[in-house]
Design a protein around this ligand. Structure first.
Ligand code: PEP
Length: 255
């Protein structure tokens, strides 16, 4: 049985008070709601410490949206896996399409980040996905294969238990255009088959593959029932606690 994960990526949103209010409400809700799924929030780095304090006594996980691969030194503005560990934060996103496309992060850099986190006993949610043009040109599988091959280069099978994958088609992120459940399932199956070929059946079977791209209350049910969709990475709809908790409820009910 794979872990079902519902994760909220807040991106560059919320003030301190808004973050606190949300997490307090989510924590109270979570305590009363018997669930199997993992609930995770990726707030801005400046709120990580406060967020960890609020969720301390419940099952909400807090992760970073981004991290650098070096341990310490002259890297102004960056944070390291060691810094995350030192505050009790044990996971990070890597390879989100905004990091790839707005900040120009390439496969080599992303691979260094993945390995730095894993070497630090951190979990990684590694994001991959094709652009609209790549899909139109029928390059989706080639792009996913490339991102997996180079992003996970030199990551041994033994480390894959700390990796979660997120399939996030770039054309569906923040656009309101969701991949149809069939399109998403097809990509997830491709990813799982790639894992099987490169890491074997046990890893492929165990790894959670999340879908991301305009997930909301109205479409989570149709997505989560797909056999290879093991959860969701949610941007916009994770900003309102009522929407986010409803998505968790519906995912839990339908999986
Ligand atoms: C994301 O940021 O990972 C994302 C999928 O955003 P949205 O849900 O807003 O499309």
């Amino acid at each position: 049985m794979r872990k079902i994960i519902i994760a909220g990526n807040w991106k560059m949103n919320k003030t301190l008070q808004e973050a606190k209010d949300f997490l307090q409400k989510l924590s109270n809700w979570e305590k009363d709601f018997a669930h199997q799924c993992v609930i995770a929030i990726y707030p801005s780095n400046v709120f990580l410490n406060v967020a960890l304090g609020i969720v301390k006594n419940n099952a909400v996980q807090i992760g970073a949206q981004n991290v650098y691969f070096e341990k310490s030194g002259a890297f102004t503005g960056e944070i390291s896996p060691e810094m995350l560990s030192s505050i009790g934060c044990n996971s990070s996103l890597v390879g989100h399409s905004e990091r790839r496309h707005i900040f120009g992060e390439d496969d080599e850099l992303l691979n260094k980040k993945v390995k730095a986190l894993l070497n630090n006993q951190q979990e990684v949610t590694f994001c991959i996905g094709e652009t609209e043009l790549q899909r139109e040109n029928d390059e989706t599988e080639k792009v996913l294969e490339h991102q997996l091959k180079f992003g996970l280069k030199d990551v041994p099978a033994t480390e894959m238990r700390k990796v979660v994958l997120a399939y996030e088609p770039v054309w569906a992120i923040g656009t309101g255009k969701t991949a149809t459940p069939a399109i998403a399932q097809e990509a997830h199956l491709f990813i799982r088959n790639w894992l099987q070929e490169n890491y074997g059946e046990v890893v492929a079977d165990k790894i959670s593959i999340l879908y991301g791209g305009s997930v909301k209350v109205a479409n989570i049910e149709a997505l989560i029932v797909q056999p290879d969709i093991d959860g969701a990475l949610i941007g916009g709809a994770s900003l309102k606690v009522e929407d986010f908790t409803e998505i968790i409820f519906l995912a839990e009910k339908n999986k």
